[in-house]
Structures are given as C-alpha cells and as structure tokens.
Design a protein around this ligand. Structure first.
Ligand code: TRP
Length: 336
C-alpha cells in the first residue's frame, strides 16, 4: 500500500499585483511540490479585507492571481486551488476559534503591531487575521504550511490555538508545521534591499517586478536596482551589501545553482551593470511563459471561474466535516 501523502495548505493574498517575491517565495514552491504532496492552495480574499482596499480592484486582482497560479503550473488535477470566501466554513470556523483564542496572543503578533502602527483606524479583522489563518490551516488538518519567514509566528500561533482547542474539547486538530524555503524565503525590494518586496509598496516603480510585467519593464527595474560601491559580486549577509546579495539570491532561486556556481557565473562580469542585466535575463525568461499563459485564463473569465468553483467544491468536502466536528464538540445542535 502506498503511504499517505503529507497534506499541504498554503495561502496567498490577492492584494497588489503578484510580484517576483510571491513567485519565488511561494508560487514556484507550490508548483514544485505538487506530485509528492496532497495540496490545498487558497487565494485568501477575506484576509485582504483587513486593510483599506478598493472592492472592484479586489475582484480583478483575485482573478488575475488565479490566472497567474494556473499559468505558473498549478494543475487542478493534482492540487486544489480555491478562493477562501467560496468556502464558508473558513469564516464560520473563525468565530468558533475566536472564542478559544485569548486576545493577548493576538496583541503580541509582530505583523499586527506593524500594520496597526501604519493605520489610523484599525478594524477588528486586522487583529483577528491570524485566527482566520489558523482556520484555513486547521480545517484541512494540514501537516505542512509553506510560508515566508514573516508568517512563521502565525503558524506557531495556529499550533497554540489547535493545542488549546484540543485540550478543552478533545483531540480535533493535527499540528501543522511551517515550511520555509531555504532559497529566496525573502525577496527584498530592488529599491530598498532592507525591506521585503511587498505588494503594498509595489505601486512604487523600481520596488518590485510584477509577474506579468513585460521584459522592457523588468530590465528597467533591475537596471535601477540599489547596489553598493564595493564592486564585488558575492553573497554576503552584511547590511551594506544587501542589494547585491538580493540580486544573487534571485538569480540562485531561479537557476537553482549553488552559491559557488552563481558567483562563478559572474566571475567575468565587468561590474554591477552586467550583474543586473544577467539577473534580469533569467527573470525575464522564467516569467515569460507565465505571462503568455495567464492571458488565456484572463480572456475567458467564465472558464476560470468554473475552475475555481471546482476547487471550492473539493475544498468544501474536507472543510465542512471538520467544521461540523468543531460545532459538535463545542455543544452546538447540528442543524438538519
Ligand atoms: N498570511 C499569509 C501571508 O500573508 C497568507 C495566508 C492566509 C496563509 N492564510 C494562510 C498562508 C494559510 C499559509 C496558510 O502570506
């Protein structure tokens, strides 16, 4: 008998344009692991309501992100890709877990502290964000949760919530483990290599490379990338060499070469100009097929929505019984 495949759950927010950091840090890893694992990939639109946004833009970005994911190689015959709000169990479970999560745990989350410092008025959804994320993971009994290192704390919180629920109501949830990619866990901004490439800053030209950007734009942004004055092409964790390190890390994540081989590829470079063009070229080649393929999905939203509906159906088959189990254990009367 074949062994049971580990179950993976991961989520990505439809805020801003999908960029190179999303591609290398999440999307590429998701595509790669499809055969060995049982996968649930979720476009977490409810999470995107926790900070100010434009409703029409959200709808558009959600479809765009879905197209990019399918175009990048998420195969609906191997993985379940769905939109969070299509599976109502997520929001329902969130209420139930809210009632077992101490507020103090949420107030300690660094991401909440960062985000709330930037906003004048904070919606309750922002502090509750990690509980919704815990529901995403726990409804599927996920073993592994691929995330960027900034989300590790949320996965740890998820384990604490699961442990508390199991303690109070009896064994219900599996303990998920965060899985953080070794290479390119964090793609940094090209204009500011001390800040993670992010979708909120990606409207600033020069900060991020969009997955759907055309080759000229990608080359332009790389050419302007911040470097230093050492004129030395090597990996480094020194702060003032972070720009060059980021460029080399991007190149490494795409080519999957060792650090030594990456440095060797640039041994004959005449300077940072050659480095920037060399990195831009591998990025352009990696993103070209995704941009071309995603157009097919975007041009046919009816077909795209049908693919997402199928994903939601498959997700519900797993999430609904888990929600029922929670309701039952918490003392609710099962409706007919
Ligand atoms: N908070 C995650 C991020 O910003 C997205 C997310 C939501 C997620 N739910 C999840 C990631 C569940 C992993 C598992 O990157």
């Amino acid at each position: 008998m074949s062994e049971k495949k580990p179950r993976v759950f991961s989520g990505i927010q439809p805020t801003g344009e999908p960029h190179l950091g999303n591609y290398l840090g999440a999307i590429k890893q998701w595509v790669k692991g499809q055969d060995e694992k049982e996968n649930f990939f979720c476009i977490v639109d409810l999470h995107s309501l926790t900070v100010p946004y434009d409703p029409e833009g959200l709808r558009e970005r959600t479809r765009k992100l879905a197209s990019v994911l399918f175009a990048a190689g998420i195969d609906p015959d191997k993985s379940v890709l769905f939109i969070q709000s299509h599976v109502s169990a997520h929001a329902e479970a969130c209420w139930l877990l809210n009632c077992v999560t101490p507020l103090g745990w949420l107030q300690k989350m660094t991401q909440f502290k960062d985000k709330s410092a930037k906003q004048e008025s904070i919606g309750t959804g922002l502090i509750d964000y990690p509980v919704l994320m815990a529901c995403d993971i726990l409804l599927y009994n996920a073993d592994e949760v691929p995330v960027g290192d900034d989300q590790k704390q949320h996965v740890e919180l998820t384990r604490n919530i699961a442990g508390r629920f199991n303690n109070i109501y009896g064994e219900t949830f599996a303990m998920p483990a965060p899985v953080i990619p070794k290479v390119a866990a964090r793609v940094m901004g090209l204009d500011d290599p001390m800040a993670k490439m992010s979708k909120s800053s990606s409207s600033v030209r020069g900060h991020a490379v969009g997955v759907l950007d055309d080759p000229d734009e990608i080359l332009y942004v790389f050419k302007r990338a911040k470097t230093d004055s050492y004129n030395e092409i090597r990996f480094s964790d020194e702060e003032d060499r972070a720009g060059v390190n980021n460029l080399l890390s991007i190149y490494q994540a795409i080519t999957r070469k060792s650090k030594g081989d990456v440095e060797a590829d640039f041994a004959n470079a005449r300077g940072y100009g050659d480095l920037k063009v060399g990195v831009a070229e591998v990025v352009i080649d990696a993103l070209r097929p995704i941009r071309e393929e995603s157009g097919k999905y975007l041009d046919d939203p009816v077909a795209l929505d049908a693919m997402l509906a199928r994903g939601a159906e498959q997700a519900r088959e797993v999430a609904m019984p888990k929600l029922r189990e929670m309701q039952e254990k918490m003392g609710l009367i099962m409706g007919l």
